[in-house]
Design a protein around this ligand. Structure first.
Ligand code: GLP
Length: 243
């Protein structure tokens, strides 16, 4: 894995956006995997700036988001769909039908998850997948488990993730307990992966992801099995990496 250490969140966000822009310029009908959370907000701001300046063009870009809460409609202000429109899609020249986000309101998730995978495949596979990491090492919503998941599936969120994400809700009781997420296999099938990590609370997880054993109890350690992963971290997140 290639690790780039930046001085702070802002520098990480600029570097990540530049990385994505460079990849986008290489190919028509680029397929970009996207993430939610606080970490990519700055990256998205920089991508919006580049799109406004006409440095990059989203008109033929296809996107697939990693995950969504189950039980939240796409118009709910804490849904990941709402987040993506607020923080990126409303501000760039993407064709809305090219932007895919797993649905949080399906009745038949077995069929839906297979269809989500099929859509990725029909688009030609993901060229670049952007990832954050949870403080417990989750990627997407792939929580610590006994084995690595493969395709898009539903998951029960762990107490620690529910607690981490409760900061966005009025109370912890409002945080959904389940989610739909691309699997570890779906993520590893991306041709290239970019993980961005900021803050001291992620330092242990990112260290274990890169240097620890490959273990489903640390889902991000699966990235060690991929041949083209870049990790952009700020100094706080790099606390253990530097020792
Ligand atoms: C979220 C998402 C992940 C994200 C992680 C960290 O709940 N499911 O895709 O990477 O948790 O979020 P943050 O960047 O807010 O710390």
């Amino acid at each position: 894995m290639k690790v780039i250490v930046c001085k702070d969140y802002d520098e990480m966000s600029i570097k990540a956006a530049e990385f994505i822009a460079e990849e986008m310029k290489k190919k028509k009908n680029f397929v970009l995997g996207l993430a939610t959370g606080s970490t990519p907000v700055g990256t998205y701001k920089n991508l919006i700036k580049m799109n406004t300046n006409k440095e990059i063009d989203f008109s033929d870009v296809v996107t697939f988001n990693l995950d969504e809460y189950i039980g939240l409609d796409k118009n709910h202000d804490q849904s990941f769909a709402y987040f993506m429109y607020e923080n990126l899609f409303n501000h760039i020249n993407i064709v809305n039908t090219n932007a895919h986000i797993p649905s949080g309101t399906e009745t038949d998730y077995d069929a839906y998850c297979q269809e989500y995978e099929a859509m990725i495949e029909r688009a030609g596979g993901i060229d670049l997948q952007l990832l954050g990491i949870g403080s417990n090492g989750h990627i997407g919503f792939n929580e610590p488990a006994d084995e690595f998941s493969d395709i898009t599936h539903t998951v029960d969120l762990t107490e620690s993730t529910i607690k981490d994400n409760s900061r966005f809700f009025n109370s912890i009781d409002e945080v959904p307990k389940r989610a739909v997420t691309m699997g570890i296999g779906s993520i590893l099938r991306a041709k290239k992966i970019l993980m961005i990590v900021s803050g001291k609370n992620k330092a242990k997880a990112v260290y274990e992801a890169i240097h620890g054993p490959v273990d489903p109890k640390m889902p991000a350690s699966a990235l060690q099995k991929h041949s083209d992963v870049t990790v952009i971290v700020d100094e706080d997140a790099a606390t253990y990496l530097k020792k």
